[in-house]
Design a protein. Structure first.
Length: 281
């Protein structure tokens, strides 16, 4: 058995699992990266650079790598660290699907949903994804994501529809000014990641306004991306990502309103991906 690296790359954080020949696993994190956003591959720590140079196989899962052009670009970037490394590149949805539906005891098919900085949904079966609706990027799509939830929080604050007690707490938590905020959104990179950072505010409060906002966002996700799957009531549905995990209560309540009960939620897929690739040895 050779040394393997499994990478689960989100827009905010890139999670690494280094699988050594003896089966032991070391986990690390680095800055996030999304191939669909025009930013360079993030700088890596000396430890991760050394690990890459001494690795035999790398399995990279990330957003924005669905096209062959993006996969080839990523492979070329990673080969700069180690020209001999064997690289396989998969989308973040494949990562979520393998984590949710390839265990030795659980279901082997279902609707897979990513809810993190961005969002995406597909039906998974026989290690293949089947899309009912395309991902259109963070400007047109991303229903139910941190990006869209953060945007809704900001709009509520500036539109003065946020309850006064919540607005006071928000203003004390963030030094936010409209002009500086708009400059960040429209003139700097990674606007989706910036907007998603405001979704974290909701995890600090307990208020009916919060529940209503989240359930509105999750309703948009369900209606746009899950209901188009005609068999959604007869197959398991799995959610992966920080938003799904942190706001699981509101997500589960939203699903119940559409009679969706057969669901599972995991924060991130890296541990299950490690098990998946260990089994493939």
């Amino acid at each position: 058995m050779h040394t393997k690296i499994v990478i689960d790359a989100g827009a905010t954080t890139m999670k690494w699992a280094i699988i050594h020949p003896d089966g032991s696993v070391i986990k690390r994190e680095s800055a996030g990266w999304n191939a669909s956003v025009a930013v360079p591959f993030p700088d890596l720590s000396p430890e991760l650079l050394i690990t890459l140079r001494n690795c035999n196989n790398l399995y990279f899962y990330g957003a924005g790598v669905s096209s062959q052009e993006k996969r080839d670009l990523l492979k070329n970037t990673l080969h700069n660290f180690n020209p001999l490394i064997q690289i396989e590149v998969y989308s973040d949805l494949v990562a979520a699907a393998r984590a949710l539906f390839t265990s030795q005891t659980g279901p082997k098919y279902g609707v897979v949903c990513i809810l993190g900085t961005g969002s995406n949904v597909a039906y998974y079966e026989d290690d293949k994804l089947h899309y009912r609706t395309p991902s259109l990027g963070y400007l047109l799509s991303d229903e139910g994501s941190g990006n869209k939830i953060g945007s809704a929080v900001i709009k509520s604050y500036f539109y003065n529809t946020m309850p006064s007690e919540v607005s006071t707490l928000f203003a004390s938590s963030y030094d936010i000014h409209k002009e500086a905020f708009l400059t960040q959104i429209y003139h700097k990179s990674q606007a989706n990641k910036f907007l998603a950072s405001y979704a974290a505010f909701l995890s600090t409060i307990d208020h009916p306004w919060k529940d209503a906002l989240l359930m509105t966002q999750f309703r948009e996700l369900i209606e746009a991306k899950i209901l188009p799957h005609k068999n959604f009531l007869s197959v398991p549905i799995g959610f992966v990502g920080s938003i799904a995990n942190v706001f699981s209560k509101q997500l589960e309540e939203s699903c119940k309103k559409y009679d969706i009960h057969n669901i599972q939620i995991i924060a991130n897929p890296i541990d299950r991906l490690v098990d998946y690739h260990k089994r493939r040895t």
